[in-house]
Design a protein around this ligand. Structure first.
Ligand SMILES: Nc1ncnc2c1ncn2[C@@H]1O[C@H](COP(=O)(O)OP(=O)(O)OP(=O)(O)O)[C@@H](O)[C@H]1O
Ligand SMILES: [Mg+2]
Length: 583
């Protein structure tokens, strides 16, 4: 419920729309209350007195009130809908902004589909609550108080009889929702499950087809689809079993009112017009109770959804700027790892243990090691995708945690191990970090990444649209576009994480030699992560990582002489027995 209170607080930003909706609602309640009074006047002062003028006048007034009711009704729902759109807009923006600022560790653990559900379906639940249920409840309360007051003034005995409908209907509804709450929750749950299967199949369509699992997936979806429908039908049955009782109740009350009130009319203590008006008011009494009943499950669902949404909005951001963070705008080229240990959140084993090294200006450093040894982790820590668990990382003597995140990251260019492109043209993808770059600049980096010739050969050239996640390109082409994209940034430190793994050895070697030159000229430090020794032989220094520890460091020649492990890796890659003898 706290989460719902926070949702309602958002209404303050849409105060005038909310005020408009509330005023329309009150006017509508007033117009509704007025109508039976016009009946009464038409009958008592018109028909009973055989005065046609009064009959016609009240008739005309009824038409006028009906038109006004239509207008107020429109105003109420239009403004309430506008408010609800505003609230949904605000929440979506808040969640998205948060998702953009959350650290890697959050995204490691959160499921993408969960985040998607929260930003779409949960916010939609909240929107329905604000646009419909909130209004229904307020309107029901306003109507009940107004009508009850009028009835008590008109005829307190009859009023007391009629008002018994409210607690009785309340009890029936309470029982109905008490018994069927699990059913309503199930509908949401099943809907979620169904969407989950859909999402998985959309994202993994290639895997499904490759393993020829279409029939199984189809069956899985069909099964969930029919179980959703059967739960829906169960809720309908439950409604069918309860609501006739409520209508029966309202009919019983009508009979009582007409019987008791009729006797009063015959006794001349109550007029016929008053009785008709009274009966008309009864309709307005049962309706709000039903409305509150219908609103109840929506409110319960919205409360649950609001909690899920605020869970994201309130999630702690682990990596943030320190109070006096400095801007990173100069790099001397001395990167120091001081006894760095790191454990991924939730992991039992440390990914890095006691890693220490220091780079010299303009050095090209290679990080080598077997899969899972901790190479990517080293560079993840440098740009503060995660913070070290122990020890410190310094650039020119200053702890990386003392730099402003944005300036630090914008000057460290990284080509990730896994390539992610966005839907858009090739030019847009390369210019992702610098959207204002000229085509000439884009072409220059594309040439360095050895992708220019390929792009030029395409019918639409740099305007070729690549699909979601780069569909339509080969793995190696994607990697080279990703390299070009990074080369266009304002990097001072450059990191290539196994970024030519999908490119053939010859092209990879060409790219690497061009990059080596650029790295030595333009960067203060550069890191190349590789599994193949052949691509990093010319590095100024090789860091050999083994099971999270720095096993050895030195040039290729030095490591060949001093490290057994390096020799073993080299041997396995080159199949040169002579070199094995050296180590
Ligand atoms: N986000 C993560 N959460 C938990 N553990 C992780 C995460 N990323 C990596 N690890 C673990 O940390 C260890 C080091 O991973 P890392 O990605 O640094 O290896 P790597 O040397 O880059 O391997 P590869 O050559 O296969 O890319 C591995 O055991 C891995 O399972
Ligand atoms: Mg890696």
């Amino acid at each position: 419920m706290n989460a719902l209170k926070r949702v309602i607080k958002i209404l303050r930003s849409y105060l005038w729309l909310a005020v408009g909706a509330t005023i329309s609602l009150l006017l509508l309640t007033g117009a509704n209350a007025l109508t039976p009074q016009l009946f009464r006047r038409g009958i008592d002062e018109g028909i009973a007195q055989k005065n046609l003028d009064v009959v016609l006048a009240t008739g005309a007034m009824m038409v006028g009130v009906a038109i006004a009711r239509g207008l107020f009704n429109f105003g109420q729902s239009y403004w309430a809908e506008s408010v609800s759109q505003g609230v949904a807009y605000t929440l979506r923006a808040q969640v998205f902004r948060k998702i953009e600022t959350l650290s890697f560790s959050y995204h490691d653990q959160a499921q993408t589909s969960q985040l998607l559900t929260r930003i779409t379906s949960d916010i939609e639940q909240i929107r329905t609550f604000v646009g419909t249920s909130l209004l229904q409840v307020v309107s029901a309360i306003a109507t009940l108080t107004t009508i009850a007051t009028i009835l008590l003034i008109m005829n307190w005995q009859l009023a007391l009889i009629s008002l018994t409908a409210i607690p009785l209907a309340g009890v029936l509804l309470y029982r109905f929702f008490g018994q069927n709450r699990p059913l309503f929750a199930q509908v949401q749950q099943k809907l979620g499950d169904l969407n989950e299967v859909l999402r998985e199949n959309l994202l993994g369509v290639r895997v499904v087809k490759a393993f020829a699992r279409e029939p199984v997936e189809l069956q899985r979806y069909t099964q969930m689809n029919s179980s959703l429908v059967s739960v829906y039908l169960k809720t309908l049955t439950a409604i069918r079993n309860t609501f006739p009782f409520i209508f029966l109740l309202s009919n019983l009350i009508t009979i009582t009112v007409i019987g008791y009130g009729g006797a009063q009319v015959i006794d001349n203590t109550f007029t016929l017009g008053e009785l008709v008006a009274f009966n008309a008011y009864l309709l307005f009494i049962v309706q709000p109770v039903l409305l509150i009943g219908f609103a109840a499950p929506v409110i319960a669902q919205a409360a649950a959804s609001a909690e899920r949404v605020y869970e994201i909005i309130d999630a702690p951001i682990e990596i943030i700027n320190r109070p006096n963070a400095a801007s990173f705008n100069r790099c001397g080229g001395r990167i120091t790892f001081e006894n760095v240990s790191f454990r991924y959140p939730g992991a039992t084993e440390p990914a890095l243990e006691n890693v220490s090294f220091e780079t010299k200006p303009h050095e090209l450093i290679a990080i080598l090691g077997m899969t899972g040894s901790g190479k990517s982790t080293v560079v993840n820590l440098l740009q503060r995708f995660y913070d070290v668990s122990e020890g410190a990382i310094r650039i020119d003597g200053r702890d990386v945690r003392d730099f402003e995140l944005e300036s630090l990251r914008s000057h460290i260019g990284i080509v990730f191990q896994e390539t992610t492109l966005f839907s858009g043209t090739i030019q847009e993808n390369i210019a992702y970090a610098k959207p204002n770059s000229s085509l000439a600049e884009v072409i220059a980096v594309a040439k360095t990444a050895h992708i220019h010739e390929f792009v030029e050969g395409l019918p639409a050239g740099y305007d070729t649209v690549v699909g979601e996640r780069g569909v339509g390109l080969s793995g190696g082409q994607k990697q080279r576009i990703a390299i070009a994209r990074t080369l266009l940034t304002d990097y001072k430190i450059l990191i290539l994480d196994d970024s030519t793994s999908a490119v053939d050895a010859q092209t990879a070697a060409q790219i690497q030699s061009d990059l080596d030159r650029i790295m030595r000229e333009r960067t203060c430090n550069a890191f190349v992560i590789a599994q193949r020794i052949s691509t990093i032989q010319s590095a100024d220094r090789i860091l050999l990582i083994h099971e999270g520890k720095l096993a050895a460091q030195g040039t290729h020649q030095e490591l060949m002489r001093t490290s057994v492990l390096y020799g073993a890796i080299l041997e396995s890659q080159m199949k040169q027995p002579a070199l094995a003898a050296v180590s």
